[in-house]
Design a binder for this molecule. Structure first.
Ligand code: NAD
Length: 518
């Protein structure tokens, strides 16, 4: 199966037999270290990827700036036509690229495919923008003056992405970058290089067919040192970083130190709240998806659950039963019926096991899970853990592990008495990405989304913390980094804005009535 997928994506049918170039800026290459791409479900080698050397990154920066100079003169509606072709090419390869996401990242088939669909959706959004991007016209206080905002291309956008969305996050950034007339350089997570290479091949084929420079969508595979080179380089006008809070905090300061622009999409520690008036038949599967989906490795994963004390026991019993029923559906991400794939890396398993130890020490009560998962012998070399529910007393106040994002399927559950208390608990962590309230009462819902409500960047009512659509801005507040990507006005960050005043009279007129005759 994998061989056919690789071949159709223009990769060698057996990428393990030869090295796969991990650098693209119009042509493919790479002079850095060879890094293995491993299937997290069974530990098998998928490819050996040649990463970028310092010289490769330099060549890519030069090529991207040249590409930008050409692309910035192309009218936006014509950029939209190129994007339209990128969307079509991705649609043709959706299932194959989705399968590579499953093979290399470990997410289940429909989620791998869904990731590619997300790029297709945002490409469509950018095609629409290509006929509408622009600024406002403002009234001038001076006669015969005209004031408008102009959105010019910004330059080169650097995109550093995390392993858990190995293609979609790039799709969000690339679409908005391209439609604004920029070139983009992508530095994916080193463990998901193959996803990045396969995605770039599809985009490159369209750029090349339009006789456009491939460096408009350039790729430098590599680890921290390759990312650092983009962070530190003034030729990267906007640095879009998706990853951990710890790394993002440093990256944000380093980009600021050179007066660059950054866009930070960092960790989440998302809560769901269930009120007694909730539709429980809706709340249960919504929370199960958000807590279990992608084996707890989404930035929007539900990690904290607050249940009203009057329904807590019955809801928790149903949730534990739902978790137990998924035990038989942990396995090969590409097999039909699988709901939970592996944790992406051995590191993730170690962090999960360390968290479980700490939870036990701190007095958390493990209701289900808490150890490595049993799987078929064929998958024994994969990274398997049991999805876990931990009951915590007193709303989790003072329970340190609940303040942190452990990037694994661990759900903390506690109780509350009033909506005000639940909101205080929801807001009582450093992160501010996503949240969800389950209620049938309009005043509860409006309080939740209002000034005294949830402080996260994504706020849901009767829906999962995970699974946002592309139309709205995506991002979080507080230590999640305040970044916004994807829909809404996020595109505005990829432009160089100018407020332009045009005097079409023959008079000098100064604002605020200032008189300065010479
Ligand atoms: P990570 O911080 O370890 O790595 C992220 C990226 O940073 C990788 O590409 C990595 O190679 C790169 N990097 C490492 N050192 C660097 C350096 N010195 N300079 C520049 N780049 C460097 O994160 P991860 O483990 O890959 O991803 C998981 C994290 O990402 C979680 O915290 C998750 O919540 C977060 N995430 C957030 C969002 C969001 O939209 N808010 C989306 C997806 C993932």
């Amino acid at each position: 199966h994998a061989q056919g997928v690789f071949q159709r994506l223009g990769l060698s049918p057996d990428p393990t037999s030869s090295e796969t170039p991990g650098v693209y800026h119009g042509s493919w290459g790479g002079r850095g270290a060879l890094v293995d791409s491993i299937n997290p479900a069974n530990g098998e080698l998928l490819a050996r990827v040649r990463q970028a050397s310092a010289e490769d990154t330099e060549d890519t920066l030069v090529a991207a700036r040249e590409a930008y100079k050409q692309w910035r003169t192309v009218p936006a509606p014509r950029r939209g036509l190129v994007l339209q072709d990128i969307g079509r090419a991705l649609e043709e390869k959706r299932d194959d690229l989705g399968a590579v996401v499953s093979l290399e990242m470990g997410k289940i088939k429909s989620e791998g495919r869904g990731e590619v669909q997300e790029i297709i959706d945002i490409v469509g959004y950018a095609v629409g923008l290509s006929r509408s991007i622009g600024g406002s016209v403002f009234p001038s206080e001076r006669p015969n003056h005209f004031i408008t905002e102009v959105a010019n291309p910004l330059g080169v956008v650097g995109v550093i992405s995390a392993f858990n969305f190995p293609t979609a996050v790039y799709g969000w950034n690339l679409s908005l970058s391209l439609v604004n007339g920029n070139a983009t350089i992508w530095k994916p997570a080193p463990t998901t290089s193959l996803c990045a290479i396969a995605t770039t091949k599809i985009i490159a084929s369209v750029l090349e067919s339009h006789k456009l420079p491939g460096a408009l969508s350039a790729l430098v595979c590599g680890g921290g040192e390759v990312g650092q080179a983009l962070v530190d380089d003034k030729r990267v006008d906007l640095l879009s970083f998706t990853g951990s809070e710890a790394r993002g905090k440093i990256v944000g300061q380093q980009v600021q130190a050179r007066f660059g622009k950054s866009l930070l999409e960092l960790g989440g520690n998302n809560a769901a709240i269930v009120l007694p008036d909730a539709n429980m038949a809706l709340a249960l599967p919504s929370i199960a998806f958000a807590a279990l989906g992608t084996a707890g490795q989404r930035c929007t994963t539900t990690r904290r659950l607050f249940l009203h004390s009057s329904i807590a026991d019955s809801f928790l019993a149903s949730l534990v039963a739902a978790y137990k029923s998924t035990a038989s559906r942990i396995g090969d991400p590409l097999a039909e019926g699988t709901l939970i794939g592996p944790v992406h890396a051995q590191d993730g398993v170690n962090r999960y096991l360390a968290a479980i130890e700490q939870i036990k020490k701190d007095g958390g009560e493990i209701l289900v899970g808490g150890k490595r998962a049993e799987v078929d012998a064929a998958l024994s070399k994969g990274n398997w853990v049991e999805p876990t529910i931990v009951k915590v007393a007193n709303g989790g106040r003072g329970f340190k592990m609940m303040q942190e994002e452990t990037f694994a399927p661990i759900l903390y559950v506690s109780t509350f008495e009033t909506l005000e208390e639940a909101i205080e608990l929801n807001n009582g962590v450093a992160q501010g990405l996503s949240s969800a309230l389950f209620t049938q009462d309009l005043s509860n819902a409006l309080k939740w989304i209002g000034p005294e409500g949830s402080d996260t960047g994504i706020v849901n009512v009767n829906g999962s913390t995970s699974g946002a659509e592309i139309g709205a801005p995506f991002g979080g507040n507080k230590s999640t980094g305040w970044g916004r990507e994807s829909g809404g006005d996020a595109w505005k960050q990829y432009a160089r804005w100018a407020s332009c005043t045009l005097n079409w009279s023959n008079e000098v007129a100064l604002a605020q009535g200032v008189n300065f005759s010479v």
